[in-house]
Write a new protein. Sequence first.
Lengths: 116, 117
Amino acid sequence: AQTVTQSQPEMSVQEAETVTLSCTYDTSESDYYLFWYKQPPSRQMILVIRQEAYKQQNATENRFSVNFQKAAKSFSLKISDSQLGDAAMYFCAYRSGATSGSRLTFGEGTQLTVNP
Amino acid sequence: DAGVIQSPRHEVTEMGQEVTLRCKPISGHDYLFWYRQTMMRGLELLIYFNNNVPIDDSGMPEDRFSAKMPNASFSTLKIQPSEPRDSAVYFCASSLGRGQWGSNEQFFGPGTRLTVL
């Protein structure tokens, strides 16, 4: 079974600075997808960024980028120019590529605080 | 598009009562997922459907939990009888299958916060 581990329960960053959230996963599959979701106090789960395992290029979405190290099974999220609105719980998630709609396996989450 | 709709947003009930959570997926999506979020166990999948058919219910904790999807636009998650340890936030999510290489993003509803006294 796949597992996802986020070793940082809490992180903090100063506004406008850069922060990196860590995620590691364990799988025997070669085809899979990785995601970062953001959950603000409203509880809504919002997709931040996704990475296809077959792509070597790291995904980027505006101020959000990932460092995907397939051999190391590492998938970290970098938030540049942090904003107060980035404060939330961040979840790393794994999905098998074996079937179209398989489950997401989530990490424990990292609570990000942005200090003004 | 209204997104995934869940009702109610909050539910408070007493132990032993039946609870029914409802979900309307995004129109056209063919996968529907029920997740539960607790402090102790984090986010975990309970069950998911493809074209209204349950595919994997291995996450359903016990027989007190049941889920149905009578049509493509509606699903229910029922707990009978409810217990205090069922208190959690229950999320419904839907996605559109695009074949093996699709990213199949899952769109989440706002969740139902269930409190069982």
